[in-house]
Every structure is written in structure tokens, then in C-alpha cells.
Design a protein around this ligand. Structure first.
Ligand SMILES: [Zn+2]
Length: 50
């Protein structure tokens, strides 16, 4: 499921995304935002191993 930070236009779709993991729980919101995180895109392509 997608999530993003209240303070960002970028959303994440992978729980293992390191950038997504940096979002504090207080700032985490369910759903999508304007654009997909670049790191999550890499995970989609299978390029990023973690
Ligand atoms: Zn991400």
C-alpha cells in the first residue's frame, strides 16, 4: 500500500524503501501523492536490492 509524508509530494509504495522508512510515524499518511519516489521506482525495476 502507498504512503507518504505530510510534508512531501513524493509517495512510496514499498515498505522496504529506505526513504520511506525515514518518515516518522507522526508524519506518515496513507495513500498516494503527486509522484512516486525514485527509490521505489528502482525497487520496481528490480535494480535496488534493498
Ligand atoms: Zn520510496
Amino acid at each position: 500500500m502507498a504512503y507518504h509524508s505530510k510534508h512531501s509530494d513524493v509517495f512510496h509504495k514499498h515498505k522496504k524503501c529506505v526513504l520511506g522508512n525515514n518518515i516518522e510515524n507522526d508524519n506518515k499518511v496513507q495513500g498516494t501523492a503527486k509522484k512516486l519516489c525514485e527509490h521505489c521506482k528502482e525497487i520496481d525495476k528490480g535494480k535496488a536490492k534493498r
